[in-house]
Design a protein around this ligand. Sequence first.
Ligand code: T46
Length: 137
Amino acid sequence: MKNIGTHSFSKFSDEYGSLIALEEMKQIPFTVKRVYYIFDVEEDVRRGFHSHLELNQMLICVSGSVKILLKTPYDEKIVELNEPSKGLYIGPMIWREMFDFTPGTVLLVLADELYDEAEYIRNYEKYEVLAKEYFKE
Ligand code: T46
C-alpha cells in the first residue's frame, strides 16, 4: 500500500531490561518536529477518522496493543501494533482509524511537522475526492 511502511527497530536487551533508540533520518525516515502520545483510551473507543495532506508520522505502540485501519479509495488494511520495536510509518493522504486499544496502551507518534489543524482532512467524502486524484495511476 502506498505511503505506508512497517519498521522493525533494533532493541538493546540485557539482564537490566531493554532499550530502543530512534534518531531522525536513521530509524525515523524524516526530521522529527513533534512528539505526542495517546493513552487512557477505553476499549470500545475508535479514534482518528482523518487523513493528512502532507504530514509524515511514525506510530509506535510503546505499551499494550492497538489496531490501525489504513485506507485509501483503492486499498485498505489493518495493522496491529503490539510491541515497542515495531513502527508504522503513515505518509500523506492515508485515512486512519485507531481501535481495539487494550487497557494501559500508550501509542507514541513522531511527526515531521508542528500541529496544524488546517492540514487535516476530517470529512471522508472530501477525503475521497482528493485521494482519488492523489493516488490515481
Ligand atoms: C493522527 C493520529 C494517529 C493538539 O493540540 N496537538 C497535537 O499535536 C495533536 C496530535 C492533537 N492536538 C489536539 C487536537 C484535538 O483537540 O488534541 C485533540 C485530539 O486530537 P485528535 O482528535 O486529532 O486525535 P486523534 O487520536 O484522532 O488523531 C491523532 C493525531 O491528531 C493525528 O495526526 O494521525 O493521532
